[in-house]
Every structure is written in C-alpha cells, then in structure tokens.
Design a protein around this ligand. Structure first.
Ligand code: AMP
Ligand code: MG
Length: 320
C-alpha cells in the first residue's frame, strides 16, 4: 500500500507519537519529526544515514515563534525574516538552551525557518512542537521534490508522506548565518543572492569548508545522482568526447541536436530560471533512472538562481 496521503490529521497523530512523516515544503520534501522527541530525531538521522555531526533545520509556524527557538535576533536577521518568511530562507542564530543538542550537533547555534507550503504551515500551526526536517533523501543523494520521490527512497522506513504536490521552488533553502551581527551566506539556495542583498546590502558567501567541513550540505559531493555527472560549458564538444557511451543531457533552454544523445531534458524552453530551478532535481531523478553512462549538464548563467543551480550541479558532479 502506498504511504502517500493528504490526511493532515493522520500526520498529526504520527508526529505526536514520535514517528516520522515526510512533509512538503516549497524547497524540497523534508523528513520531519518532533524536535523535542529524542526517539524521532534519532530516527531522522538513522533513516537518512545522516552523520550525527550534521545539524538539522528547525521548522516553525511563524516569525513570532522565532523567539522560542533562539536567544538573540540581530537586526538584520529580523529584517530578513520579515522579508522572506514564510519562505526558503534559513537563519542560523544563537540557540535557546531548551533546543536539544542532537538537533544542533552540539553547536550553540540553531538553523530555523518558516516554510511556505499551505499543508505544512497548517500542520505546524496545529502541532504543539516545531519540526526538525532535513531533506527526505538518503545521505548525499538527490533531494526529493515530489511525494513519489520520497516513496521511492523510504517506503519501507516511514509510515507516511504528506502529499503536497511538486515543490514550487525545487532546491533547498538559502542558509544565512551571522558573525558580529553581520549576515553571511552559508549555502546558496532558493532565494537569488541579489534578492537577499536588496534587504541587507552586500553579503559575503562563506567558503563551505570554513563553516563546517563535515556538514553534508556543505560537502563538495552532495545532491548527487548515482550516474557519473559532468558539468559543461561546451556540450557539443563533450558529447563528441564521450561518443559511444549512453549520454544524457541536461540543458537550460535550448535543445541540443545530436544523434549521440540518448536522453535530453530541457529545463525551461522559455528561459525562465525559476522554472528551471523547480525542475532541476526531478530532471536528475529521471536521468538517473535511464541506465546512462554519463549525464552532461550545462552550466547556467552565473547570476540570480543560476548561481544556486551551479552550486548544486557542481556538487552533483564533484569527483575527487
Ligand atoms: P538539509 O536540511 O539537508 O538541507 O541540511 C541542513 C543544512 O543546514 C546543513 O548543510 C547544515 O550544515 C546546515 N546547518 C544546520 N544547522 C547549522 C548550524 N547551527 N550552523 C551551520 N550550519 C547549519
Ligand atoms: Mg539535504
């Protein structure tokens, strides 16, 4: 029997009983549990095979709820929360003492956001506790952007995926931390860098290794298909280089004409970057199922959401 369901009351019963439920958000599906339940939080790590040193994002129902999670709110953090919540922005702030160490991997900061999905907001409003929810995929693999992706990963491990359709934004949240009350980008994501800078001015992007070298969202190889994936500025040349192989191609807007291509996905024929972002992971899931020898992915224009897509494609294609 399918674990996919739209029944919020069933999700509430499961979550209240320390069970996990996969939940829809505007970024990707999350594997959610009660932040105060040690059993549920441990199950999140075990189900994902996520190392315990990698902290989880806490999902809350409203901007006002933030003060129950964190002990300090820098002025620019408040401005960002007011501008983007509910939405795909994660703030890393000094934690309140009541936030369990297992959530923050022992750090004195906690990552928190208000997701922008009607079903999950409703769920959070009805529950008497916030939800810890990392992406609902096994460690290192492609994040899920619909309920079927989650079912494919975890149908034997969890009891329910709350079905909220395809994720509107389609890549993870933008993560922002603070040093001396100044914001710093820890991870590029669903919000274009320029939109963040419109609120808080010029902002630095921290080298992932400086923040937390072990954290998977910061790892060089992450968000990765099992098929060998390479990034390309010059697709036609790369196709020639790999001729004789089963080649899959992922491009932004213009279809490549070449008989050596087995499978090709054009993310947005109209050149719409938001549409391309929302379809990115589903395209990688689809290509990964085609028994290809190689996926050649086009590098995106390096501004706006293109910068975030390039970050993910670089990690999907990283090989040491
Ligand atoms: P995911 O939920 O799978 O998108 O991953 C969450 C990301 O948030 C990981 O890359 C973590 O390293 C990052 N994160 C969570 N808490 C913190 C924190 N306290 N400091 C820095 N990064 C964090
Ligand atoms: Mg993840």
């Amino acid at each position: 029997m399918s674990i996919i369901s739209k029944d919020i009351s069933k999700a509430i019963v499961l979550l209240t009983n320390d069970e996990l439920v996969a939940i829809p958000t505007e970024t990707v599906y999350g594997l959610a549990g009660n932040i105060y339940s040690e059993k549920a939080v441990k199950a999140i790590f075990e189900t994902k095979k996520r190392p315990f040193f990698n902290p989880l994002i806490v999902h809350i129902p409203s901007v006002e709820y933030l003060e129950t999670i964190v002990s300090e709110i820098p002025k620019k953090a408040q401005q960002l929360a007011d501008a983007f919540w509910p939405g795909p922005l994660t703030l890393v702030l000094k934690k309140n003492p009541n936030i369990p160490d297992i959530i923050t991997a022992g750090k004195d900061t906690v990552a928190v956001r208000v997701p922008n999905h009607p079903l999950t907001l409703e769920l959070l409003k009805q529950l008497p506790f916030p939800l810890a929810a990392p992406s609902a995929n096994p460690f290192g693999s492609i994040s899920p952007t619909n309920a079927q992706h989650v079912e494919g990963y975890f149908k034997n491990d969890i009891k329910m995926v709350l079905d909220g359709g395809a994720c509107e934004n389609g890549i993870e949240s933008t993560i922002i931390g603070f040093e001396n009350n100044d914001p710093i980008i820890y991870r590029l994501g669903s919000i274009a860098l320029e939109a963040i800078e419109a609120i808080v001015g010029k902002i630095a992007i921290k080298n992932k290794k400086e923040i937390n070298p072990e954290a998977p969202g910061m790892l060089d190889r992450h968000y990765a298909p099992s098929t060998l994936t390479v990034l390309s500025h010059t697709i036609s040349e790369d196709i020639k280089k790999h001729s004789g192989k089963r080649i899959g191609v992922l491009v932004f807007e213009s279809r490549i004409k070449n008989d050596n291509i087995q499978e090709q996905i054009v993310l947005s024929p109209s050149g719409n970057m938001a549409e391309a972002t929302s379809k990115l992971y589903d395209a990688l899931h689809q290509l990964d199922k085609q028994n290809l020898d190689i996926i050649i992915a086009e590098i995106f224009p390096d501004f706006g959401l293109g910068k975030s897509i390039n970050d993910r494609l670089q990690r999907a294609s990283f090989s040491s």
